[in-house]
Write a new protein. Structure first.
Length: 192
């Protein structure tokens, strides 16, 4: 929350402070420049009413900026996009493959494909270890979304466990056991 709302609405500030019955901690921004953790502890009188407050401000601007940088780095590393051939990228997916990650992946890859006029996306699923119940729908959503912009998907690295999860996948999507075979298929399509 911005401290500006307290300074422009003193009645709001007074109401919030009077309603405190125990320690309150929150992160605030001051003039859109400084991030601080504020800890407010009311001092109660014998009638259990606030008589005063102990307020501590701890500057966490650098910590908050570092957390943002770390989150951005993790986001970028969670979707590595590799240029592997003419108008072809590879997505080696590693880790868990859930709905939130699928949404982020599709948005990032759509942007990459439209910006760089990508014709083929080689999606390597060999690094996926944990499968949610709906993985086939997530993969189908990704392939269909890319097909809508004219980018063809090729799935590679299908393990037996994953194969059992996605048996109902659209038969139009080429599937290969290895990235090498998938790339050979792309090269064949581009040279024919």
């Amino acid at each position: 929350m911005s401290m500006d709302s307290f300074h422009t609405h003193p009645q709001h500030q007074k109401q919030v402070m009077q309603e405190l019955t125990c320690t309150h901690r929150t992160r605030i921004t001051i003039r859109n420049q400084v991030m601080a953790d504020i800890v407010i502890t009311p001092i109660m009188n014998s009638g259990n009413q606030p008589e005063g407050y102990v307020v501590m401000l701890m500057d966490v601007t650098m910590q908050a900026e570092e957390q943002k940088r770390s989150a951005q780095l993790i986001k970028e590393l969670s979707i590595p996009i590799l240029n592997i051939w003419d108008s072809t990228i590879a997505l080696p997916l590693i880790g868990e493959f859930d709905r939130a990650r699928t949404d982020q992946l599709v948005a990032t890859v759509l942007t990459e494909c439209t910006d760089k006029k990508i014709d083929y996306v080689l999606i390597d699923l060999s690094g996926i270890k944990e499968f949610e119940h709906q993985i086939r729908y997530q993969i189908l959503m990704m392939t269909e979304t890319l097909n809508l912009i004219g980018t063809k998907c090729i799935l590679v690295g299908i393990s037996p466990k994953l194969a059992m999860s996605i048996v109902e996948l659209d038969r139009k999507t080429p599937i290969f056991s290895s990235a090498h075979e998938g790339l050979k298929h792309i090269i064949y399509l581009q040279t024919k």
